[in-house]
Design a protein around this ligand. Structure first.
Ligand SMILES: *Cc1c(COP(=O)(O)O)cnc(C)c1O
Length: 336
């Protein structure tokens, strides 16, 4: 990836981009632990490991891609500031990094985004622009800001730097568990699976890559079925970080997920809740719905042909404490 890749100019990614990302982000993003799960291993008869991306200090793996992108900007671009239209973990990560690197972040959100999310973004002193009633309008506003104020738009997933940054998870897993043969994680826009898919399949094409999406908004799944990017109406989900579209003009992640992901499974709200409850009660860890999706896929036997050495990507922990308490209480009463 050379400086100045144009938005619509397709770049052919390779494993080398992911190694470059690893080097670039190492000053700001720490390696996360890989933890053997006694409980899930016993349950499945496989060796199950948890890649603890919930332990980043911003609470989500997306800090990797965001850091790779922001650290690739020219000094002038960095000084001018950045803007993004993702409302959840990605905006939090961009805001966190902008603050850390001493620049400005403007987050564009639609009127429908709830206050709790906005409060989190404000925590890192990002400027909020409330514009329109949909994510599309927020995205459009970002590009206006690029023209008006010289801010650089940071796309939440469909960008080679973001994809390469997310792919660094795979390099760390391969370092700690070179015998890995199956990797499972929450799939939404596909930045995560594009990056780890490229890294794992370049290393060994037999490593199986599984995506888990919420039945409340499985946009990538439906797009692959249709053979082109489609959009769906959004419904609420406990795995709120897995909601959102893939963009009808998708450039990278649709093709990469099609190429690298072996299977996509869908899980419902009850299953997501049990995954969160299991993590709290059995693993003593608070994780968000999206991060519990892989656990749920094992608890509910969604995957037919399990690997011997399975890694679950525990992708984040942005969840209200009251919600996790409710879900855990319910898990203790019903599942045990
Ligand atoms: C964004 C996100 C995902 C999905 O990542 P994509 O690159 O959008 O597919 C999974 N888990 C969490 C916690 C996330 O924030």
């Amino acid at each position: 990836m050379n400086k100045g890749i144009q938005q619509n100019e397709k770049y052919e990614m390779s494993l080398q981009d992911i190694w470059k990302a690893k080097k670039r982000i190492s000053p700001v993003v720490g390696k996360t632990p890989l933890l053997f799960s006694q409980g899930l291993s016993k349950l499945t008869g496989s060796n199950v490991y948890l890649k603890l991306e919930n332990l980043h200090n911003v609470g989500a793996f997306k800090v990797r891609g965001a850091a790779n992108k922001i650290l690739s900007l020219t000094p002038e671009e960095l000084a001018n500031g950045v803007t993004t239209f993702s409302t959840g973990n990605f905006a939090m990560c961009v805001s966190y990094l902008a603050k850390k690197l001493g620049t400005k972040a403007v987050v564009c959100v639609s009127k429908r985004v709830p206050k709790t999310k906005l409060d989190k973004i404000k925590q890192f002193d990002a400027e909020l622009e409330i514009c329109g009633v949909s994510q599309d309008e927020a995205e459009q506003r970002c590009y206006e800001l690029q023209n008006e104020r010289g801010l650089t738009v940071i796309h939440p997933f469909d960008d080679p730097y973001i994809i390469a940054g997310q792919g660094t998870i795979a390099l760390e897993v391969l370092e700690d568990l070179p015998e890995v043969d199956m990797v499972i994680g929450g799939l939404s826009g596909g930045g995560l699976h594009s990056g780890i898919g490229l890294a794992f399949k370049s290393t060994n094409p037999n490593i199986k890559i599984i995506g888990v999406s919420t039945a409340q908004g499985a946009v990538m799944y439906e797009s692959l079925k249709a053979g082109r990017p489609v959009s769906l109406e959004e419904r609420d989900s406990l795995a709120d970080s897995l909601l959102g579209g893939i963009g009808l003009e998708n450039i990278y992640t649709f093709e990469m997920v099609r190429k690298y992901v072996d299977e996509i499974v869908l899980i419902n709200e009850e299953e997501i809740a049990s995954g969160m409850g299991f993590m709290a009660d059995q693993q003593k860890m608070i994780v968000e719905g999206a991060a519990a999706s892989g656990i749920a896929s094992l608890l509910h036997q969604k995957i037919n042909d399990l690997g011997k050495n399975i890694v679950l990507i525990v992708s984040g922990c942005s969840v209200d404490t009251s919600l996790i308490l409710d879900v855990t209480q319910n898990y203790i009463q019903t599942e045990k």
